[in-house]
Design a protein around this ligand. Structure first.
Ligand code: S3P
Length: 181
């Protein structure tokens, strides 16, 4: 049997607009954990915005920043980690998070995701002529990996406060009972 994992942190994965940052804030308050947002960590380390990294050096450089930031979190504890939408879609980063965190996928339909992000302009991947089609495509490609999270939570059709309460319950249950790999 696999060893019981050392769950010290909680990580939220999911598509852009799924509510990771908002739910992350609420959870950090509830659990008295520190909130870290991988996009913010990258911007701090790089000294420029994500849009600037994409425009100046390209997506591959951004993904390398992402990998480094995720690896650095492995030694920490009592964190709520709000990830960028691409993190949970990369099997190696998901595996890294699972070593120390309960990984929760916040799910929402492509229609809801588009409604939530349509008035925002800071996401380079959605600066395309047909963003709803891009969302559907990317989501379809990423879902098989997101699906490997420990817990799947429906993050649409109810207030994000209720979503946060459910995630907190799942976390308490997992850390109480122990989670096997
Ligand atoms: C991305 C999601 C963004 C940000 C970057 C790339 C993605 O984060 O990391 O624009 O690949 O899905 P949010 O999910 O917080 O918008």
């Amino acid at each position: 049997m696999n060893p019981v994992r050392q769950i010290r942190n909680l990580a939220l994965i999911g598509f852009m607009g799924s509510g990771k940052s908002t739910v992350g804030h609420m959870l950090a308050r509830r659990l008295k954990f520190e909130l870290v947002d991988t996009d913010h960590l990258i911007e701090q380390q790089a000294g420029r915005s994500i849009a600037e990294i994409f425009a100046g050096e390209g997506e591959a450089t951004f993904r390398e920043f992402e990998r480094r930031v995720i690896e650095e979190l492995a030694g920490r504890e009592r964190l709520v980690i709000a990830t960028g939408g691409g993190v949970g879609a990369r099997p190696e980063l998901l595996a890294s998070l699972k070593q120390h965190a309960l990984v929760v996928w916040l799910w929402a339909s492509p229609e809801t995701l588009w409604e939530r992000v349509r008035h925002q302009t800071h996401r380079p991947l959605l600066q395309v002529p047909d963003p709803p089609a891009r969302i559907r495509e990317l989501l379809a490609a990423r879902e098989p990996v997101y699906r490997q999270a420990d817990v799947l939570i429906n993050a649409e059709a109810r207030p994000l406060r209720q979503v946060a309460a459910q995630v907190a319950d799942e976390f308490r249950r997992a850390t109480h009972a122990g989670v096997r790999t």
